[in-house]
Design a protein around this ligand. Sequence first.
Ligand code: PLP
Length: 390
Amino acid sequence: MELSSRITNITGGGSDGWGVFYKARRMIDAGINVTELTIGEHDIRTAPDILRAMYDAASGGHTGYAEVPGTASLRRAVAARIAERTGVPTTADNVLITPGGQAALFAAHMAACNPGDTALFVDPYYATYPGTIRGVGAMPKPIVTAPDTNFEPTADAINAAAPGAKSLLINTPNNPTGVVYSDTTLGAIAKTCQDHDLWLISDEVYDTQVWQGTHTSPRALPDMADRTLVVGSMSKSHAMTGSRVGWICGPEAAINHLITLATHTTYGVPGYIQDAAEFALGQGIEVEEAVAAPFRRRRDLTIDALAGQNAVRAVPAQGAMYVMLDIRATGLSGDTFANALLDAEHIAVMPGESFGQAAAGHVRVAMTIDDDAYIAALNRLIQFAQTQIK
Ligand code: PLP
């Protein structure tokens, strides 16, 4: 039987960019000791008190169908958190609870784009972005950035891409680059969205992981709340990746339609997971800071380790759990470097090319193992890079 082109074309026919990751997994299965610095998963697990809240909710009976838009109290808690952090008046009616940020990204594009519409996104990008856009039947169009602007999109590039597009997807703090967009960049993005009548889809799943500068939600910029759909998640902020709980925040009319979409797709998020998320949010900012602290520490260790050599340069690591390393001095592509590093040193990092053409000649390192092992692996990566320079 023939399958729909919509589903068979999700990856666009190309590689999914996870070749090094799969190769590392095969090596691990074969008993080889590989240092894994590939995926964005904390090296801690969800905190015991959050798990207890989940257990208490489930054993208290919250195991039936939950309210599809999210429980009223979790929607209120998310709205209060957003209002407090951004200053934008936000109520539960502006919030839909989703099974993680990924489902929110898909739903946001469903809300913004008709089949065949052009949806913009910034290259380098989180690996699922183009596929998510294709999945809703829209056409992904990258705005290619450059290392010399630290991978922030320029006003010229955004404006050049905008005519005829329906939406623009941005991510700050950024995966894979670790860059936090400046107010100038966000101002240019907001202006282009207004000039070209675009929806702005703002992926803010790393908003609690900022090491330098400040995170501004573009929904808070003048006249942006009506055209911005913010994607949020408990995955990164509270080490709850496996719980699959996140949200979309946007105009009430959009949220109402997104609730209809949820009714016909996910049918919501389990009630005991939502109760645990509400409990976690209620624990305040200290919990988020504690989850973020190891990445902040390792980011500082990274800067120290890279000092005094020229083989590897870091893109300024301002936020998120990754550091993007420029290895162009070796003359290798990110893909060749990552494969050779895996073969020679048994260290797995993601080639920059997995995240689009802009990050060619780079590798992304996830700071997701304990400090000593992380620094030992980084030092070996640097030494390996030095041996590659002709
Ligand atoms: N957005 C970005 C930029 C990410 O890096 C991720 C996960 O790594 C997600 C969204 C999806 O996160 P989740 O679906 O776990 O909330």
